[in-house]
Design a protein around this ligand. Structure first.
Ligand SMILES: Cc1ncc(COP(=O)(O)O)c(C=O)c1O
Length: 416
């Protein structure tokens, strides 16, 4: 069976994106749907690339080592050796890819064999599921559940993993788990206790961890990002994926990476060399420069990563404030670029009868785009068929947008 035949077409998330783009063309809405900034990148970012593009060094414009340009591999290895407190070898343990999507593709295709079970935490970035199916693997779902908590006499909802359920899903057939933290779409950042629990299960059942940490630079204080590969006994069984373009807010630049034990990385390296050969050389050099500079500024107020955290935290808080005042209940994200909001209270006051979709969120999102020119994203797109019903009253907002865009959206939301 061909790879594409293995991909169950009606669960292919790209189908929805196409429809979404068509709606956007037709209604020209304020866009808080897809996850990318609607503003220009910082000057030092575009200057770094311009500098490479006008370089008179011939090699800066030609093929480079398929594993990644040495300067970028060195910069990334230095950065992650620091974060993990483990020496990451740029020669054996670091691979540069064409975006983290390619790293993900190579990880799943390279490590999963037909019949292998792979655990995913739902709702999830559905490309995980498509790839598992393409590899002939079997996705096993465990869902995040909303728990109401009280703190400082205020009620707030938090995403929790049911430990009994996750314990039961690990078996001798389990080959891997995909751990996405910060998590898309919920914005959950897994804490040490949760990661240790999962790490212990990986060790007990000899399971590989594919750690998707593409939103690692978007973790809002006081929360901190914990890399599962840094936990005892985990580096050797974890492939960690990251994204330079997400880290610097230039999603179109598509340079990602994977790091991990050489035995695991070897599978990705071979695939990568056959699919892409090498990711764009000038982009790699530009990112190398940025990571070198960031390394020297880590933790300082002048660091771009620090500035981004502050800026995005302010945007998040603004939109959470707006949503809290209307009949939508936002679930405060600890990381990432999205806020989920519960629309249950609003439903009795809106007429969705013109929309023929199966799930409430799909109807609501279309209604909002067509009737009020505000585009958001449905959460059932991130769920397997059997689980969609549990999440259909949630919609997703992207807050990595200009303040003026957020204000335009706020105006629409206040007048719903
Ligand atoms: C969780 C997650 N992983 C991976 C990706 C792929 O990112 P990219 O290919 O832009 O690096 C995305 C994109 O939105 C994502 O949300």
């Amino acid at each position: 069976m061909s790879l594409i035949d293995r991909l169950v077409r009606n669960e292919n998330p790209t189908n929805y994106i196409k429809e979404y783009e068509e709606l956007a063309k037709q209604y020209n809405p304020v866009d808080l749907g897809l996850g990318y900034p609607d503003y220009l990148p910082a000057k030092f970012i575009t200057e770094a690339l311009s500098e490479v593009l006008s370089s008179e060094c011939v090699d800066d414009h030609q093929y480079t080592n398929p594993q990644g340009h040495p300067r970028l591999r060195n910069a990334l290895s230095k950065m992650f050796s620091h974060h993990l407190n483990i020496n990451v070898d740029p020669e054996q343990e670091m691979l540069v890819t064409a975006g983290s999507s390619e790293a993900l593709f190579c990880a799943v295709m390279g490590l999963i064999a037909p019949g292998d079970e792979v655990i995913v935490i739902e709702p999830c970035f559905m490309v995980f599921v498509s790839l598992i199916k393409m590899a002939g693997g079997v996705p096993k779902y465990v869902s995040l559940e909303l728990e109401e908590n009280f703190k400082d006499s205020q009620s707030f909802a938090e995403w929790k993993l049911d430990r009994k359920k996750i314990e039961q899903i690990f078996t001798v057939k389990t080959k891997a788990i995909i751990m996405n933290t910060p998590h898309n779409p919920t914005g959950k950042v897994f804490d040490m206790d949760e990661l240790t629990f999962i790490a212990d299960l990986c060790k007990k059942w000899n399971v590989i961890c594919i750690a998707d940490e593409v939103y690692e630079r978007m973790v809002f204080k006081p929360k901190t990002h914990i890399r599962i590969a840094s936990l005892p006994g985990m580096f050797e069984r974890t492939v960690t994926l990251g994204a330079a373009e997400k880290s610097f807010g230039v999603t179109g630049w598509q340079i990602g990476w994977a790091y991990g034990h050489p035995l695991l990385l070897q599978a990705l390296r071979v695939l990568h060399q056959h699919v892409v050969f090498n990711a764009s050389t000038p982009l790699q050099i530009a990112f190398a420069k940025m990571f070198e500079e960031e390394y020297d500024k880590l933790g300082q107020t002048t660091s771009y990563f620090e500035e981004t955290e502050k800026d995005l935290r302010e945007k998040r808080d603004y939109l959470v404030g707006v949503l809290s005042k209307i009949e939508m209940k936002p679930i405060l994200p600890q990381g990432g670029m999205f806020i989920l909001a519960d629309i249950t209270q609003m439903l009795p006051h809106v007429d969705l009868s013109s929309e023929k979709e199966k799930f409430i969120d799909l109807k609501f999102v279309k209604w909002l785009t067509k009737q009020h020119r505000l585009q958001t994203f449905p959460v059932t797109i991130f769920c397997s068929e059997n689980n969609k019903k549990s999440y259909e009253n949630l919609i997703r907002f992207c807050f990595v947008k200009k303040q003026s865009t957020l204000e335009e959206a706020a105006e629409i939301l206040k007048n719903l």
